[in-house]
Write a new protein. Sequence first.
Length: 429
Amino acid sequence: MLAVAALGLAATSCGSKLDDTPPDDPAAIESPAPTPTAPAEPPPPDEPEEPPPTAEPEPEPDAEPEVVRGAWVHLFDDALKSRAGIVAVVDELAGAGANTIVAQVARRHDAYYRSAYLPPTADPQLEADLDVLGELLRVAHDRGLAVHAWIAVAPTWHPVYDDLPRPPGWLPADHGLAAVEEQRWVTRAADGTWSDYLDPALPEVQDHVVATVLDIVRNYAVDGIHLDYVRYASEQHGYHPRALDRFRAETGAIGTPEPRDAAWSQWRRDRVTELVAGVADAVDEAAPEVLLSAALIAWGEGPGGSGVTTFHDTRTYRDALQDWESWARDGLVDVLMPMVYFREADSQQAGWFTRWTDYQRALNAETDARIVPGVGGWLNAPAATVDQTVRSMGVGDGAMVYSYQQPTADESREVWRELADRRWGQPAP
């Protein structure tokens, strides 16, 4: 993926209450002046001056990406569902000194934009004839904010859909728990129960995610594509019959592996990485200027903690089967947004926050990855949200807050003013 564009500088546009499932449980920089060349020696007297040889122009250095100051904005309230609401969101975040909006544009595989692939949402709160993504791009880009289109990859259901009609061609109806077993793309647990999460090992799931992304980048001037829930529900999952058949065919394994079987766990991690790589390749080919970002798991104790020596010892690697350390080292994702969602008032969780951000700072220093920690504002008092955000800025490439709608446990809006006053912890120019 091309990662040299300034993340927080938008391209020219052409185009409540917390969700109980947040993103996975969600001034221009001047180029340096050219170095002056030493003046040529003057020609000897009475000899004609020869023109200097034509020199190849020096390539312009890539501009350094701007440090991210942003927020996730979900679709589980009405914040983005009207034109006036979109203006209010952008105004508040611009006033807070933010430069990036990660906006949910498909909740459960239904489109809040003009899609040629996903069916339109049946959400009754949506203002008539509103293209959420198109309008957000227009308003945000006018204010200089970048927009990443946020897609929830694995989940196919949420209780808000219980009383809504099922639009034709909707994946949860055609390939979710409601479908006959032969048509299901959702995964199964080791005990045989079906999940409402898609199985990343199924080629049709990978194709569906790529098609969703291509539909957006080909039709909207987004600054980024943001993948959320790009993982397994747990180490107990991945037992879709066709996934097991693929595992056996590719590895020669016999029978059904246990959830913690090392080869089986690595194979499933590789399938998640395979899915992300498919998206990265598709974006590179269709819109190389678009960044790929992802909301990433940071569960429990981070690397270096008690009994957690390395990333491979974490619950992220073991339980979620999401190897985002390798994504950082391999440059698979342009901007990694680990979700360090911990309560500062809880001493154990405060320690986990520190451990994970220390690890991310070290990973940022030893790789070319751009790492932008995400703070769980809804878990914290206003002062703690601000403190964690400022500390996250020190990891390397910025900070995100989940969420715009509930940046603090008491839903205070003053946190945005405080972050603006403190310039998100950045030094004064």
